[in-house]
Write a protein that binds this ligand. Structure first.
Ligand code: BGC
Length: 445
């Protein structure tokens, strides 16, 4: 029987590909121009086509995973990752490159919608937070790996290598998935209790199995079909909450830092190599803090973590902005490095993993795949907004004001968490569902 830890690690490989494909383009772009002529418009297209693809990928993969099963869909996604990587790697024209990135984006969106659902459904309640956050850990490792590979191939200007090496984890995922079991919640729905029990034995004790099976059957009895659940009035509020929550994770500004840190650093007066090194530093801190977060995530309430994150991120942004205002951008280089680092530390400890853990927890079994897909679609949309508008905004207004805009969004995110988000730690997915159904019924009564 397959090792329990391996299941989770393989399951989370999709996260690694997500991080890798997002991060690799910043380095590759520098050299693609030598082989394929790019205008500033087509350059933007090469970057954002992945995010466009992701919007569709997340939208489609959810409903498909409710029908085909989580495992089969992850297999299909790993094939799409491989095809997209090969098309982009061997492209001879900008059209082919954009097509490759679109295909990759489809896989990125698909895996970001389905991997958290798979991990969440495989994990027993008391470990669900830490096991689901493996997805985030893999995303951060993917980003760091892409920085390192970019760095390694810069000397030979090897952009095809940078993009192409993503094929290795895609193939490992493709093979690995054939050894992974299907999610017990999906099995219960389509293949009955015995099939679900068999898989639950790998990750749960006897008592845990009995308790969860009982709850799953109860909930299944209550539930209607996927589309009926998706369109039902009791689900609507939580679907909207999930979408706003996912979008906040992006528009609080993380990726402005992840993608544009080197540009921000050089503008603040650091040399090129110091800027690249600082970026690798931020990527490494991102991974390390995520590991610490995984260790504590099941011990602290999810909402509390999110609020701590907001306070830390907003303070970093305000301090940075105030310094730039007082002493000017050129004299603030090290304050900026310090504040961007504390921002990333707070993000990696809180909003980074917690969003991916909570999204599948918020939605009911029948529509979990589809609803998580819709929320991830909003996350990809937020990601696209930041990628498109951040550079434009810094041209129009001073960067200190851009940081203040992110700070204001951070405060709004905080109010949103306090007022609307339900707490999900320490409760089974079924208990959460029962509460959400009750919540809307009482409101409508
Ligand atoms: C976000 C990504 C981000 C990454 C940074 C993830 O949770 O969804 O957009 O690049 O964290 O670590």
């Amino acid at each position: 029987m397959i090792n329990k830890k391996l299941i989770y690690i393989l399951g989370a490989l999709g996260g690694l590909l997500y991080g890798y494909d997002l991060g690799v383009i910043s380095g590759a772009l520098l050299f693609i121009k030598n082989d394929i002529p790019l205008t500033s418009f087509t350059e933007g297209l090469v970057v954002s086509s992945l995010l466009f693809g992701a919007i569709f990928g997340s939208g489609f993969s959810g409903p498909l995973s409710d029908r085909l099963g989580r495992r089969k869909l992850i297999f299909i996604i790993s094939i799409i990752f491989t095809i997209g990587t090969l098309v982009a790697t061997f492209s001879q024209s900008v059209e082919m490159l954009v097509a490759g990135r679109l295909i990759l984006g489809f896989a990125v969106g698909g895996s970001s919608a389905i991997v958290p659902v798979y991990l969440s459904e495989m994990a027993p309640t008391h470990e669900r937070g830490s096991l689901s956050s493996l997805n985030q850990l893999m995303i951060t490792i993917g980003i760091l790996l892409s920085y390192l590979i970019n760095y390694a191939f810069t000397g030979i200007e090897g952009w095809r290598w940078m993009i192409g090496l993503g094929v290795i984890p895609s193939i490992i995922l493709m093979i690995g998935v054939t050894f992974m079991p299907e999610s017990p919640r999906w099995l219960l729905k389509y293949h009955g209790e015995e099939a679900a029990r068999r898989v639950m034995k790998i990750t749960r004790t006897k008592e845990e199995i009995e308790e969860e099976i009982h709850e799953m059957i109860e909930i299944d009895r209550l539930s209607e079909g996927t589309w009926k659940v998706l369109s039902s009035s009791w689900l609507r509020p939580i679907l909207i909450i999930g979408c706003i929550f996912a979008m906040f994770q992006q528009i609080i500004g993380t990726n402005a830092i992840i993608y544009y840190a080197p540009t921000i650093f050089t503008e603040a007066g650091l040399g090129n190599s110091t800027a690249i090194l600082s970026t690798v530093g931020i990527g490494s801190i991102n991974v390390i803090v995520t590991i610490v977060a995984i260790m504590i995530i099941d011990k602290v309430n999810r909402k509390k973590l999110l609020l701590i994150g907001n306070i830390g991120m907003v303070s970093s942004l305000i301090i940075m902005s105030a310094f730039i205002h007082m002493v000017g951008l050129a004299s603030s280089a090290w304050i900026i490095v310090g504040c961007l680092t504390t921002f990333i530390i707070f993000f990696a400890f809180t909003w980074g993993p917690v969003v991916w853990v909570m999204l599948p927890e918020l939605f009911p079994m029948r529509a979990r795949g589809a609803a998580t897909g819709i929320a991830t679609l909003c996350l990809s949309l937020g990601s696209l907004l930041v990628a498109q508008f951040f550079p434009m905004l810094t041209e129009v207004i001073s960067i200190k004001f851009v940081f203040l805009i992110f700070a204001a969004i951070g405060v709004m995110a905080m109010l949103f968490v306090i007022k609307y988000l339900p707490e999900t730690r320490g409760r089974s997915l079924e208990e959460i569902e029962v509460e959400l159904r009750k919540r809307t019924k009482t409101k409508n009564a």
